[in-house]
Design a protein around this ligand. Structure first.
Ligand SMILES: Nc1ncnc2c1ncn2[C@@H]1O[C@H](COP(=O)(O)OP(=O)(O)O)[C@@H](O)[C@H]1O
Ligand SMILES: [Mg+2]
Length: 210
């Protein structure tokens, strides 16, 4: 594009004799071309970062106490959660799971933050539950927020998909969550109803599982 602009400049009369509109047009074209080049460079950097990020796998897999992860994630999201009613139901004898503690913390922080953002209404209620089901350990994060239409729910695992772009949403929270859960061999079930709320349920294998 820059080459074409340079050719146009060369082909047109000298600056002094150019009509103001042509000169202005060339300047604007020049500016647009620079912005396009800068954007392309930025996109290149983002793709590079994402490729690097997606290569990064689980680095520290060991027995993990899911209830401990819940407690830490709640401490880290305290500012978001303090304005809501929180209902905690943690299984007292939860078996350990095999996983990367920091990555699972990130999953839970993403789910909690999304739940908090979805509950922009009176009487927000966040429920976090752990338990055992059919030989697996589960974690549920339930909100009574805005919920999702099926066509939105179908896309939430996609990188950069967000319905909150204007509020600073990146659309990277749940794609990261999905990647981490796949690496853990976890099952992720989503149940959401518009204006009623959303339940995110994650099922993880126990530590002593083959
Ligand atoms: N608990 C929830 N309730 C309603 N919508 C949700 C919930 N969690 C996620 N979403 C939807 O999924 C989209 C993607 O979420 P995420 O990947 O975390 O990106 P972001 O939070 O930056 O928008 C959100 O923009 C929102 O539309
Ligand atoms: Mg998010």
């Amino acid at each position: 594009m820059q080459d074409i602009i340079d050719d146009l400049k060369r082909a047109s009369p000298s600056t002094a004799s150019q009509p103001p509109t042509l000169q202005q047009g060339l300047e604007e074209l020049n500016y647009t071309s620079q912005s396009v080049q800068e954007s392309a460079q930025r996109i290149g950097c983002i793709i590079h970062d994402l490729k690097h990020f997606s290569r990064y796998g689980l680095s520290n897999v060991k027995p993990v106490a899911l209830n401990h992860i819940v407690e830490t994630a709640l401490r880290l999201t305290h500012n978001n959660v303090k304005r809501l009613q929180l209902q905690l139901s943690l299984h007292p004898q939860l078996p350990a799971i095999k996983g990367d503690e920091l990555q699972l913390q990130l999953v839970l922080i993403n789910l909690i933050q999304n739940a908090c953002l979805a509950m922009d209404k009176p009487h927000p209620l966040l429920t976090i539950e752990t338990g055992i089901e059919e030989g697996r350990v589960y974690l549920k994060v339930i909100d009574n927020g805005c919920g999702m239409q099926p066509h939105i729910q179908a896309r939430i695992r996609e990188p950069f998909f967000t319905t909150r772009r204007e509020q600073g949403g990146t659309g990277l929270g749940l794609s990261t969550t999905n990647k981490i859960l796949v690496e853990h061999g976890a099952q992720w079930l989503i149940h959401s109803q518009p204006n009623i709320g959303t339940e995110m349920k994650i099922l993880l294998g126990m530590c002593n599982e083959a």
